[in-house]
Design a protein. Structure first.
Length: 151
């Protein structure tokens, strides 16, 4: 918003209709309830959803995304498991993105899993490769989305 527009708004003379342009969002998550949750938050945007590592690699290889959201635990056997990362968790995508530095360079990457330990391993892996990534616990994700992509 310009300084002039801001001044007009403060004086009650101007209005703001600053609808942002649609963005392209990638979501890796196996929970269909979360798919719906993201669809509500990004209504009017383009959302691609992957349920597993193979789908994620295909989509991330062929499309450019503004925002990437990654879950760690992608199968019921991972929930509350003592086992750490395997080739079927979001960690596999984090290491894949880390080893493919030319893919999705401009994307904002957020790890939204409830598995804090897994999330931190994912973020650390991507940061070691020079990527910007952050862990946002799912209960705080709506606020972060409003901050990054306001409507």
């Amino acid at each position: 918003m310009s300084l002039f527009g801001s001044l007009l708004r403060k004086l009650g003379i101007g209005t703001i209709d600053s609808e942002r342009h649609p963005i392209r969002v990638f979501l890796l998550d196996d929970d269909t309830r979360r798919h719906k949750w993201f669809a509500v938050r990004f209504k009017g945007d383009f959302i691609d959803v992957a349920h597993n590592v193979t789908q994620a690699q295909q989509l991330l290889s062929t499309n450019a995304y503004d925002a990437i959201f990654l879950d760690h635990d992608l199968h019921p056997e991972h929930y509350n498991s003592e086992a750490h990362d395997d080739e079927r968790t979001g960690y596999a995508i984090a290491t894949w993105l880390a080893s493919n530095p030319d893919l999705q360079r401009a994307s904002t990457i957020m790890v939204h899993t409830r598995n804090a330990d897994g999330a931190m391993r994912m973020v650390e892996e991507m940061r070691r490769a020079g990527r910007t990534a952050e862990y946002v616990p799912f209960p705080y994700l709506a606020e972060r989305i409003r901050h990054y992509w306001p409507r």
